[in-house]
Design a protein around this ligand. Structure first.
Ligand SMILES: [Zn+2]
Length: 318
């Protein structure tokens, strides 16, 4: 008989990194590992990378693959949960057709695999172990490369037809900037790190900014959350202007969502959300209040699980 185990593996397949954890089946992380997401790779090659990252986390935990009760993967975009299919990963060149990640990774690791949407699993982790604890309803907003969201109502995930919570693609300005999704004026078109970088590159042609010097000094080839934070701390006007504009857009989207859903709390996470911290959380709250109908608006909290939240959430998939 196989040994009884509750230990789980969790993988967060992000646009820039793959994060793996081995947990005790709840929130305790026994081992972790992180690798860069390949920018150009076939889905098969990405699955091999996922397996390697998880093996590294297993090594760090001193656990054999067979010691895992199961493995969960959080992946971006639309997921066919039943069949373990990831439809598309926007940031990986070479992944443009749906691929059955679940079965492929299960064959690679010899353990059952469940797949879920990356933002939803991160929201679930915050609900059970993080900033969402104690709230029957909250809105999770993950402010990073894109802007993702998830909704908890009456203690349960609100899924809609599967994709509820896309706050990044709520309109913050009719006729505004074109978003990657094809719509105009989306929150993400002003607040997503990808859009921010694009705009910063345009502005850098006419105005002084230290954003790109900081990027090079830190050996990066994109404007990371850390680069934005440093530029703000140094009083860089371009960075300040763009982040303030981002906060305004987030405020419109969050205010509308809070008015529609009447949630108890708003939990802000993601690379930028967490890096920019409490001061900017307060500004997001102030911006959102201007667009919230209720005299008693929701409470605003920073996500608590940090970089590991997505992988911990994935490990909870059943
Ligand atoms: Zn959009």
């Amino acid at each position: 008989m196989a040994p009884v185990t509750k230990m789980k593996g969790g993988l967060d397949l992000g646009g820039t990194k793959i994060q793996a954890v081995v947990t005790d089946g709840a929130s305790a992380v026994l081992g972790a590992a992180r690798r860069e997401t390949p920018r150009r790779a076939s889905p098969e090659a990405v699955v091999v990378e996922l397996a390697e990252t998880l093996r590294e986390a297993l090594d760090n935990a001193g656990v054999e693959p067979m010691g895992l009760a199961g493995i969960g993967v959080g992946a971006p975009g639309s997921i066919d949960v039943e069949r373990g299919i990831v439809l598309q990963v926007p940031n990986i060149d070479g992944w443009d057709a749906p691929f059955a990640v679940g079965p492929a990774l299960a064959a690679e690791m010899g353990r059952p695999v469940r797949i879920g949407n990356d933002v939803n699993v991160a929201v679930e982790a915050e609900r059970r172990f993080g900033a969402g604890r104690g709230f029957a309803s909250f809105l999770g907003v993950f402010w990073g490369t894109g802007v993702g969201g998830g909704i908890v109502m009456d203690g349960r995930h609100l899924a809609g037809r599967g994709s509820a919570g896309e706050i990044g693609h709520v309109c913050s300005k009719p006729g505004g900037r074109r978003c990657n999704c094809g719509l105009e004026g989306c929150v993400e078109a002003y607040a997503g790190r990808g859009a921010l970088e694009e705009r910063a590159r345009e502005l850098a042609k006419q105005r002084h900014t230290i954003l790109f010097e900081l990027m090079e000094k830190r050996g990066r080839d994109r404007l990371t959350s850390g680069v934005w934070l440093r530029a703000l701390q140094a009083g860089d006007k371009v960075a300040e202007e763009l982040i303030l504009r981002a906060v305004q857009a987030l405020g419109v989207g969050i205010g509308a969502a809070a008015t529609l859903l009447d949630v108890e709390a708003v939990v802000i996470g993601g690379g930028l959300g967490e890096r920019l911290g409490p001061d900017w959380l307060a500004r997001i709250e102030a911006a959102a209040r201007e667009h919230t109908f209720f005299r008693e608006p929701p409470l605003y909290r920073l996500a608590e699980l940090g970089d590991l939240g997505g992988a911990i959430g994935a490990s909870l998939l059943e």
